[in-house]
Design a protein around this ligand. Structure first.
Ligand code: ADE
Length: 353
């Protein structure tokens, strides 16, 4: 994959030479090109911004400077065709052509699913805005000739797009073949797995109160007239299943040697050698952590029929979460802030394996 980054602070991207991503770049698996936007400025001061039309605070980055940078990094199709790049290669699905990504707090959320989708692109071009952003006409024009995503990494405002680009580049790069030492680790991640990002809560505008599609403490799946459980969804039907993918859940706690550290013991089951029990424990721990830190993800998992097993429902039931959740995914009478572990009735170590 080729990754171009356009910025007024090229030195910000030194970290791309470090660690697994640095090694992947050294091997040639990722081809990074960091460009100084000021190279395309026209005056002695190398100006890239100007005052906003309509007034207001701050400055806006000039469309012309950005357009000239983009024209050079990804020449318009006609130009490329003239240089002998076949039109079929430009239009090929899966991204033979470039894709422009503009980090902005006004963009669509960047997720693990976005990172996974970007791994299919041949070239990503990141445009790091500063000040109040980039003149919108540049983005409109770019959209006329390549896919463009305006993307936010979270609901907060950074001083510019650089830190967001580092985050996105790392999230994408570690999913590329050969970048992580252990190919399994990416699919075991929080949010990992094939269906991550799927199953958003319905946007019905209701203030709260929909009943989760699962059972309230019976261990039998809801929404099924026969009370049975399909084995086609990755789960066995007997409730003794080993955990499948952690898609949509946060990863639980991890431990390494020594077995006892400052009087704190590693959960017994992890020493048992019983792989099914360990997988189940990990699944329970993931459910507990997700319910504590991201109840909205529990809502999503509940709304996605293949995601929660009967055993998962038992675990949620033990937490008092299997009945009703609010529209925003929080437990209706939980009261406190998300992330208060004390509110959870039982840790996975207290549950039957
Ligand atoms: N630029 C400034 N804030 C940002 C954010 N939250 N995400 C992406 N780019 C940004």
């Amino acid at each position: 994959m080729r990754i171009d980054i356009v910025t007024i602070f090229p030195e910000y991207f030194g970290p791309l030479g470090v660690s697994l991503i640095g090694k992947a770049a050294a091997r040639g698996d990722i081809d990074f090109h960091v460009h100084d936007l000021r190279e395309w400025a026209h005056d002695i001061h190398r100006t890239v911004d100007d005052a906003p039309f309509g007034g207001g605070p701050g400055m806006v980055m000039k469309a012309q400077v950005w357009a000239e940078a983009l024209d050079e990094i990804a020449p318009p199709a006609a130009l490329q065709a003239a240089r002998g790049v076949p039109a079929a290669a430009l239009a090929a699905p899966g991204g033979a052509g470039p894709r422009l990504i503009v980090p902005t707090p006004s963009g669509v959320p960047f997720t693990q699913a976005s990172a996974a989708r970007y791994t299919g692109c041949a070239q990503l071009i990141f445009a790091c805005g500063r000040y109040e952003g980039i003149d919108a006409r540049f983005i409109d024009e770019a959209r006329a000739r390549m896919p463009v995503d305006e993307v936010s990494i979270g609901d907060y405002v950074l001083a510019g797009g650089e830190a967001a680009v580092l985050v996105m580049v790392e999230a994408v790069s570690r999913l590329l073949p050969g970048v992580l030492g252990n190919e399994r680790s990416a699919s075991d991640d929080s949010f990992g797995g094939a269906s991550s990002g799927a199953g958003a809560p319905p946007d019905d505008g209701s203030a709260g109160g929909p009943v989760l599609p699962g059972p309230t403490g019976t261990g039998a799946p809801g929404g099924r007239p026969d009370g049975g459980w399909s084995t086609g969804n990755g789960w066995s039907s007997g409730g003794t299943e080993t955990a499948a993918s952690m898609a949509g859940l946060l990863e639980g706690p991890v431990y390494t040697r020594p077995r006892v550290w400052r009087g704190r013991e590693v959960p017994e089951v992890l020493l048992s050698g019983d792989h099914a029990a360990i997988a189940r424990w990990r699944r329970d721990a993931a459910l507990l952590r997700t319910a504590a830190n991201r109840p909205d993800l529990i809502w999503r998992a509940a709304a996605d029929p293949g995601t929660l097993s009967p055993r998962d429902w038992q675990v949620l039931s033990a937490m008092g979460l299997s009945g009703v959740v609010r529209r925003d995914g929080a437990e209706p009478d939980a009261g406190g802030m998300a992330g208060e572990p004390a509110r959870l009735p039982a840790g996975p170590e207290n549950m039957a394996h």
